[in-house]
Design a protein around this ligand. Structure first.
Ligand code: AMP
Length: 201
């Protein structure tokens, strides 16, 4: 894990990384949850770390946090700048690759929240959980399971347990929250926990 080659404005508080969809055609209930989550993160004095885009749930969460006066750090690969419409009202790092993006998002966060999303969100959370499975980190992973959005993923994970591919204990590696408030409450423990940003094991 190398240090980022880009300058990041100092932030001494706790940071929450949000993985979520970039789609503009998502059901508005998901987009609204992302906005409310960003607002709630700002309200608790935490920084929102996200993918830097202005579209879909990503844009909604950043706007929600920014409008509520919160700190936001976006991390955007150069080649996606126009496609994901970089939201430059907030601090945004433009980096060279998807790998660099994920590494910085990882290193700048104390905990992760996974809101509804598509293949990109899935890729991000699967990597995060696989790193947890390998004991590479101990950061909290919380699914924002609005209207059961993630239930089929949990079912797939149970299937891998039933098939003897994954130990049953791994089903405890994440927390499931059904509402934004529940997710914010679950994150509350961060305030009194050690800084997890550079937790590399
Ligand atoms: P989606 O859930 O497909 O709307 O994608 C959500 C976000 O994940 C978008 O910002 C994508 O650019 C991002 N994403 C997709 N694949 C990757 C990857 N391999 N590494 C990092 N971010 C990714």
């Amino acid at each position: 894990m190398s240090a980022p080659s880009v300058e990041i404005q100092p932030f001494s508080g706790r940071s929450v990384c949000l993985f979520c969809g970039s789609s503009e055609t998502a059901d508005p209930k998901y987009t609204e949850a992302a906005r409310a989550f960003g607002e709630g993160v700002a309200g608790r004095g935490w920084r929102l770390v996200y993918g830097g885009g202005g579209v879909g749930l990503m844009g909604a969460s950043a706007r929600g946090a920014h409008a509520a006066g919160g700190r936001v750090l976006g991390v955007m690969p150069e080649f996606l700048r126009s496609r994901e419409r970089l939201f430059d009202d907030v601090e945004t790092l433009v980096v060279g690759s998807m790998h660099e993006r994920k590494q910085i998002m990882y290193d700048e966060s104390d905990a992760f929240v996974v809101a509804p999303g598509g293949i990109g969100t899935l890729e991000e959370v699967i990597e995060l959980l696989s790193w947890k499975r390998l004991d590479l980190h101990g950061k909290p992973v919380i699914f924002l399971d609005i209207d059961g959005f993630w239930q089929t993923l949990f079912r797939l994970m149970e299937h891998t347990v039933e098939a003897g591919m994954t130990p049953p204990s791994f089903l405890q590696a994440w927390t499931v929250c059904r509402t934004v408030d529940e997710a914010l409450d679950a994150l509350g423990g961060m305030d009194n926990a050690p800084d997890m940003k550079h937790d590399h094991r």
